[in-house]
Design a protein around this ligand. Sequence first.
Ligand SMILES: *Cc1c(COP(=O)(O)O)cnc(C)c1O
Length: 481
Amino acid sequence: MRPDILERAFDTDHFKQQGVALLNILSDYFTAARANEIKANNYKSPEESLEFWKKQLKQEPFDFTTFLNDAIDQSMHLHHPRYVGHQVGVSLPSAALMGLLANVLNNGMAIYEVGQVAAPMEQVVVQSVAAQLGYGEAADGVLTSGGTLGNLTALLTARAVKAPTEVWKNGTQDQLAVMVSEEAHYCVDRAVKIMGWGEAGIIKVPTDEQFRMKIDLLETLYQKAIEQGIKVVAVVGSACTTSTGTYDNLDGIADFCQQHHLWFHVDGAHGAAAAFSARHQHLVEGMARADSIVMDFHKMLLTPALTTGVFYKEGKQSYKTFHQKAHYLWNNQDDTEWYNLGKRTFECTKLMMAARVYIQIKEYGFELWSTYVQRMFDLGKSFADLIKQAPNFELAVEPDCNIVCFRYVPFNDETDLSIVNEQIRQILYEKGDFYFVQTKLRGQTYLRTTLMNPFTTLSDLRELIKEIEATAMSIAPLEVQ
Ligand SMILES: *Cc1c(COP(=O)(O)O)cnc(C)c1O
């Protein structure tokens, strides 16, 4: 008779066998990706991919390594130096192992009793990183699942602190609003709509030719809002914007917020990490004056997703975000119990996400992030210089960081240029040697790269320029010449 299915599923030897197989395969993956022995991406259409996994599920007999190899082969390879696409971080191997630890222990850390390790670890991470961002002793915060949720969380705190009436109890009585650059990440708009403030709840501040918020317009827009009976509660600064990686003038926004007693929030999901690079700290000057900062560890800090810090200059404000009572979880809602993290986060069950950050600080110190951020931001500059020198290429904007937008411009017709660049992008995406994305800037399509991989070199980027040029020639040889 076969042993009980639960006995088999929890068998320790079986775990060890699969674990060793997984580690071996992942180690080989790291090596192969780094050495450019595999593609950055193995493209399959959505239909093909769905068919594949339907078939895979039914395949007999079950073979763990085949399954792992399939999953790895067909995923996007962030550890490939020619992955220069989205902003998701290239996970540090030791940080990735913490995922396994957390998943095995499965301690949901909403309350201290099951967060006996995770809660203090999170506290240590949040407070030591807050200090690096320039915050003082009173700072505190939480980790949460993603910048989108992080920004919503910070804006909920802003509402709790700055709204004229208690929204949590009475519902929205006033027309509240936040002011934010028109180039801000769409999650700010979404947060506003979730809070029920509607279209009037988001005042978009135009940007200049560098895509930076025109802060000299803040006062006029603010006065106009008041005339319309709109109560502005917060201004969100982007550090940096998602499309072009542009940093708003945070000091300028801080001055404005101070003058009008508004909540100043910095969406530093991607770029707050500039604080770790001596050469790039100036980009986030004024950030420490913000009431709250959101930073994704899973973008510029080598951490597996999702790991986001929501930092508050006055840590006690974080207890105002969610007011409702949950008597079965904690005794007194008014207590500032740092160790019952569920009080301050949207999530109830949350898995020891601090471990993925804690291990990095413990093993390498902040030097790891300083080195990484500085190298990637510098590479952004060097890549921009390459583009400026390349005939038929145009830089969208001088990059502040490691996000570089450009396009191929063999002729002058704007409509056709967008089409050509979209075609190039699609062909190279399907080819898979490089992975980069595209974005719309002032209505036109630009190619967008985010240099995330610590081992991407200038020669990889030279090859990318060559690939783009060759592709352009192949699609429209007459037009392009
Ligand atoms: C990526 C990004 C977000 C969204 O963060 P997620 O972690 O993907 O939810 C928000 N704001 C900015 C500026 C970003 O770059």
